[in-house]
Design a protein around this ligand. Structure first.
Ligand SMILES: Cc1ncc(COP(=O)(O)O)c(C=O)c1O
Length: 399
């Protein structure tokens, strides 16, 4: 009974308030359970809005080449055709190509900002303007919101829907595991189509709007059986309260400063994918600097494990060859960043110096050595038994 969970509903209400305030958007759907689930929620709201406005014939979603794979996958899942938008040499959306591809058939664009190359989309206002002029909605992938939180409100940029990865921006570094939580903030145009449930404050306390009647009559349905990822709500809200609004702005500033520090320190030994100008919260390198060494991005990342560091994101974004995407987040101290950069500099020098074995056999110090990640993803073994083959540590190369 709702009377027994008033505290939980109050927390959801406060979290919703913070998310709406930080993004400058009037509504939020809390129930999506990850970024990709949030994308689905946003596009379903967009589809419902088009249908309600007699625009249900629109069949295309535009997605930049650098987009995360979940963006085109989501659009296809909702039934849209995906058309790619080209990228400029400096890693941003090619606005001329976008303008050429916007047509009465386009339902939405999906743009990540800051984008997956770790760069702010400087033309974002123009992107929003052109999109609206064509009668389409602007979906923003907010996976990188921690680079701008407290500094930029996506609602001011013309965004209609944006998911926020609570599990990244509000407490856990990108790649730090789950569970996921992907609330979606919505503009006034899309708010009526938000899925149930949501929390309202009434005279007798908080209540959940759960039925898709009355207040939620235009809502497109539900995203999940329950109310969202409550554990992540608590964690994200606690994180917000511990920082306060000025502290959250500091989060963005520190995340961006840390990434630029890494970019500057590693640029003499590695090749930044976009050398000109500062990056946002991620420093992106390509593998040009490894040419002629017979060492790949994967080998280099595995050797980092032997140095005690979790490897960076590899081979993403796809538009950058052998990509190495480093996201230090706001939490690392200068001491730790220096330790990291010194270790990578030494590794890069060893790679260029021809110490191929150090990389090809890496990691030497991890109990299971180099795992077959494709098999692990395709055929996961979800229970562990002491006699499982492969659980005892593999011998070191020297043995
Ligand atoms: C840019 C971008 N979009 C979408 C996602 C998908 O988010 P999730 O893994 O929470 O589904 C990610 C995840 O890393 C991402 O980086």
């Amino acid at each position: 009974p709702q009377s027994t969970v008033q505290g939980a509903l109050a927390l959801m209400d406060r979290l919703a308030h913070w998310l709406k305030t930080l993004t400058g958007m009037p509504a939020v759907a809390l129930s999506p359970k990850a970024g990709a689930h949030g994308e689905l929620c946003g596009l379903l709201a967009i589809r419902a809005a088009h249908e309600a406005n007699g625009q249900g014939h629109r069949r295309t979603v535009l997605v930049p080449t650098s987009a995360h794979g979940t963006n085109p996958a989501t659009a296809a899942f909702v039934g849209y055709s995906v058309v790619e938008i080209a990228q400029t040499d400096d890693g941003r959306v090619d606005i001329t190509d976008l303008a050429a591809k916007l047509s009465p058939d386009v339902a939405a664009i999906m743009v990540t900002n800051p984008n997956t190359c770790g760069l702010f989309e400087r033309d974002v206002i123009e992107i929003g303007r052109l999109t609206h002029e064509a009668g389409a909605y602007f979906y923003c992938d907010g996976a990188n919101f921690n680079a701008i939180v407290g500094r930029v409100r996506p609602g001011d940029l013309g965004v209609d829907a944006m998911h926020i990865n609570l599990h990244k921006t509000f407490s856990t570094p990108h790649g730090g595991g789950g569970p996921g939580a992907g609330p979606v903030v919505l503009s006034a145009a899309l708010a009526p189509f938000a899925p149930a449930p949501w929390v309202v404050a009434g005279e007798g306390g908080f209540k959940l709007v759960e039925e898709t009647t009355d207040e939620a009559a235009q809502g497109f349905g539900r995203m999940s059986a329950f109310h969202g990822q409550m554990g992540m709500f608590v964690r994200a809200y606690a994180y917000m309260l511990s920082h306060g609004s000025d502290g959250l702005r500091q989060v963005a500033e520190d995340a961006v400063l840390n990434a630029n520090y890494i970019k500057a320190k590693l640029s003499p030994v590695m090749t930044p994918a976009f050398p000109d100008g500062p990056c946002m919260h991620e420093a992106l390198f390509d593998d040009t600097w490894l040419e002629g060494t017979d060492i790949t991005t994967l080998d280099f990342a595995k050797a980092m494990i032997d140095e005690g560091f979790h490897p960076m994101t590899m081979y993403f974004p796809l538009v950058v060859h052998g990509a190495m995407l480093i996201e230090p987040t706001e939490t690392e101290s200068k001491l730790e960043l220096d330790r990291f950069c010194d270790a990578l500099t030494a590794l890069a020098q060893a790679a260029k110096g021809g110490d191929v074995e150090r990389f090809k056999g890496a990691p030497y110090l991890a109990p299971l050595r180099r795992l077959d990640e494709t098999q692990a993803a395709r055929k996961p073994r979800l229970t562990w038994r002491p006699d499982d083959k492969g659980v005892s540590p593999a011998p070191l190369a020297a043995e």
